[in-house]
Design a protein around this ligand. Structure first.
Ligand code: NDP
Length: 496
């Protein structure tokens, strides 16, 4: 009888241990007990990596639940949706630019007290707990810190693919000088010009439809003899436009230019095995993207394409680490599915924290920032020119040298440069005036501006025009780090 009882107890214990392991209730494991964490000002209950729709939705749900979190927004504030010129499938909004949607999400999240940091993730260690997330300031990469995160939501989206052909990128390439992957960012520069789009997916169709309103001619170059695009209604609409042409079996082999901007491309006809040159002014790439997960390679289970493998409801292979949006989705890739993933990830993270015994009172030194602090800095020192009168007063009649930051609303390198421009405007405020002009705004005709400054036509954004006594004396095209930009300004105005 005694033996029978002992056997029964043993069996029950084994069963209990087995059920416990299955339950996934990590809260009572000492390993995940918040009581054993030494909280300091770098400790965050939820680190949200990525400031697109998925990350911002996760932040919204955390702030609504009163769980402190931080958004590391990376170098693409607003993520992929901010590059979409016309979103028609965001519930409750008939039609809006993607930028407007993410901008209002961002404001809502910041108003809830969530810090949105202009930092990028440069390293992770998910083997320890709290998880170590190393981040660097987007404007000054030398400024780094390591967050200690009790839970992590990976929402870093994707990076667009490149062709990898001569003349595309690099020192002799035309990236930003006629080659781009964002029609919304740079399309305004191709008024009445000829442009080609590479790709046969939905993005190529969207870009073609957008550019057809601006350019004289839009040629879609599809490498197969069929489109991959799924949205047939949008495809038919774009292809029915009189200035849109399609060339199938066409592979771009080289980009050729005159040293300043693109003039031609070499196209290989893979059916007839012939090469041909085509004259054009701009080349837009819409050839898909790859998941932004290189940093997680040795930490999270990824599939063969690099997407985060999800277990159950946004759970990654590591406890308390969730993935949301395009980083784990090659199938739907929609803003609304990214928002849904963000919501589920946040609810999962909150549950994990609860299971760990986390309470907000454990955060002694860190606190949610009040809305006015959490909102990213206003560009107070950098006046935006919105009328001919502003331009006359602030640029043509300026006593000090002027740096004009010409940007477009959806241009990611432009957004990346904004904190740098702000820093330099503060540092040089007694010697240089900084202004900015939105080239995609209806208020200002950028060709008139460049003519008045007796400068060249605008080719790309961001462009920084250096003006002295009402005349352009130089310019810098594209994003640079702060030190390089400062040096260029000082050289232009002989300030050393
Ligand atoms: P896709 O992967 O769907 O399409 C990429 C296209 O680029 C394909 O036609 C592919 O050709 C081509 N391509 C890839 N590499 C090369 C290369 N080296 N040279 C030439 N062509 C190349 O990417 P998208 O960015 O278009 O779309 C991604 C996802 O987002 C999809 O799920 C899409 O449905 C969704 N999306 C939806 C939109 C909407 O609903 N309006 C808008 C934009 C995107 P091939 O077919 O030969 O491989």
């Amino acid at each position: 009888m005694l033996m029978k009882n002992i056997m029964y107890c043993l069996r029950s214990s084994v069963l209990m241990i087995f059920l416990y392991a299955l339950s996934g209730c990590v809260g009572s494991e000492t390993h995940f007990s918040a009581a054993h964490v030494s909280f300091d000002e770098q400790t965050v209950p939820v680190a949200i990596l990525g400031g697109g729709v998925a990350g911002l939705t996760a932040a919204l749900y955390c702030s609504q639940a009163n769980i402190p979190c931080v958004v590391i927004e990376g170098h693409k504030p607003g993520g992929a949706l901010s590059q979409s010129h016309s979103v028609r499938n965001w519930p409750g909004v008939a039609q809006a630019p993607g930028h407007d949607i993410v901008d209002s999400m961002r404001k809502q999240v910041a108003a809830g007290g969530v810090p949105i940091k202009q930092e990028m993730v440069i390293g992770v260690d998910l083997k320890q707990w709290p998880r170590a997330i190393q981040v660097a300031d987007c404007a000054d990469g030398a400024k780094t810190r390591t967050l200690k995160a009790l839970t992590v939501i990976v929402a870093m989206g994707t990076e667009p693919n490149l062709l990898g052909i001569p003349g595309e990128t690099g020192a002799n390439g035309y990236w930003g000088r006629g080659v781009s992957n964002c029609a919304v960012c740079e399309g305004a520069l191709y008024k009445d010009k000829v442009v080609a789009i590479v790709g046969g997916g939905d993005a190529a169709i969207t870009e073609a439809d957008y550019l057809a309103d601006i350019a004289r001619k839009v040629i879609i170059l599809v490498r197969k003899d069929v489109f991959r695009a799924k949205d047939l209604k949008s495809k038919d609409k774009a292809l029915s436009r009189s200035n849109v042409e399609v060339i199938f079996n066409a592979e771009v082999k080289e980009v050729i230019g005159d040293g300043k901007t693109v003039t031609h491309i070499v196209i290989h006809d893979n059916k007839n095995n012939t090469d041909d040159r085509m004259a054009l002014d701009g080349l837009f790439l819409a050839i898909g993207s790859r998941s932004n997960t290189a940093l997680f390679k040795n930490h999270l289970q990824l599939d063969e394409r690099g997407f985060v493998v999800l277990k159950n409801r946004q759970e990654s292979s590591v406890k308390g680490v969730y993935a949301a949006g395009d980083v784990a989705d090659y199938e739907f890739v929609q803003a609304v599915t990214a928002a849904s993933d963000g919501c589920k990830s946040a609810l999962q993270a909150i549950k994990f924290l609860k299971d760990c015994g986390f309470e907000s009172s454990m955060l002694k030194s860190s606190r949610p920032l009040p809305a006015h602090e959490a909102e990213t800095q206003d560009h107070g020192l950098v006046h935006e020119i919105k009328s001919a009168q502003d331009f006359q007063r602030l640029v043509l009649e300026a006593k000090k040298p002027v740096v004009i930051d010409i940007f477009t609303t959806w241009c990611i390198p432009c957004q990346k440069m904004m904190p740098i421009v702000q820093n330099l405007a503060a540092a040089l405020k007694n010697r240089v005036t900084f202004v900015k002009i939105n080239a995609s705004s209806q208020d200002i005709d950028i060709d008139v501006i460049t003519r008045k400054l007796q400068g060249q036509q605008l080719q790309s954004v961001p462009t920084f025009v250096f003006v002295k006594q009402g005349k352009e004396i130089g310019r810098m095209i594209g994003a640079r780090d702060e030190a390089v930009f400062e040096k260029a300004i000082k050289q232009a105005f002989t300030m050393e």
